[in-house]
Design a binder for this molecule. Structure first.
Ligand SMILES: NC(=O)c1ccc[n+]([C@@H]2O[C@H](COP(=O)([O-])OP(=O)(O)OC[C@H]3O[C@@H](n4cnc5c(N)ncnc54)[C@H](O)[C@@H]3O)[C@@H](O)[C@H]2O)c1
Length: 250
């Protein structure tokens, strides 16, 4: 495919690629021609998904900066380069903020914000050295609005942080060939949202709050990531592409 959307010959890594939105992103990148490495702390699921889709697997826990750096360096050493890093691993914690303990706050921030920074830094070092690269972080509409009815202040704060971290790195690295963007999904049907979808009150609020009247399937998020990863987005950096069925317009 000789198209600006083609990722032929590009080497990609996707954190949290073992399942859910990450798995759909892996599929989208493979379809566009990239060689994709799933990077996940769940080794069993990650390897199984990689085998099924025709991707490679590398283990890392994004909260451990040395582990992420080693994983990304291994991908670059084995493939000769790293062109695309999708920093997507994330977790959620729901609970009233007045009752949140330090451990829950730190756990969410450490995966969703520290982990994205460590992954950006690891990818950025490799990409700046080669003079090119595209980083796409998974943000969330929760970085723009505060969800209801479920309280999740740590998650929302971390995702706002991801969106602004993305803009900060974009400004620093633009002149050296590295683009940094984010994609912010609305509600997507994955393991992360299963508890909410099973709760009648939450499910109703989520669907009624979305102009399109439904949650997304993971495959509806992936094309936005493929676009930002590709040369089609050659003039995009620091952009947050919201894919939320219209949730943030109300
Ligand atoms: N599902 C939604 O409605 C929704 C909406 C907006 C944004 N997001 C974001 O999309 C991303 C993916 O979410 P999902 O719904 O697919 O979740 P998911 O729970 O289905 O998958 C998350 C993946 O991340 C991996 N992971 C978690 N912690 C990790 C760590 N410390 N190191 C390495 N891997 C780790 C898990 O093993 C899993 O494979 C997250 O950043 C999430 O915040 C999800």
């Amino acid at each position: 495919m000789s198209s600006v959307f083609s990722l032929d010959g590009r080497v990609a890594v996707v954190t949290g690629g073992a399942r859910g939105i990450g798995e759909a992103i892996v599929t989208g990148l493979l379809d566009a021609g990239a060689r994709v490495h799933i990077c996940d702390r769940d080794e069993e699921a990650g390897r199984a998904t990689a085998d099924r889709l025709g991707a490679a697997f590398v283990a890392a826990d994004v909260t451990d900066s040395a582990s992420v750096a080693a994983a990304f360096e291994r991908v670059a050493a084995e493939s000769g380069r790293l062109d695309i890093a999708v920093n997507n691993a994330g977790i959620v914690h729901n609970g009233p903020s007045e009752d949140l303990d330090d451990t829950d706050w730190r756990r969410v921030l450490s995966v969703n914000l520290d982990g994205v920074y460590y992954s950006c830094r690891a990818a950025g070092r490799l990409m700046l050295a080669q003079g090119s690269g595209s980083i796409v972080n998974t943000g969330s509409m929760s970085g723009h609005i505060s969800n209801r009815p479920q309280p999740q202040s740590a998650y929302n704060a971390a995702k706002a942080g991801v969106i602004h971290l993305t803009k900060s790195l974009a400004g620093e690295w633009a002149s050296r060939g590295v683009r940094v963007n984010s994609v912010s999904p609305g509600y997507v049907g994955t393991e992360m949202t299963q508890r909410g979808m099973d709760n009648v009150e939450w499910r109703r609020a989520w669907i009624e709050g979305t102009p399109m009247g439904r949650v997304a399937e993971p495959r509806e998020i992936a094309p936005a990531v493929v676009f930002l990863a590709s040369d089609a987005a050659s003039y995009c950096t620091g952009t947050d592409l919201v894919v939320d069925g219209g949730y943030t317009v109300w």
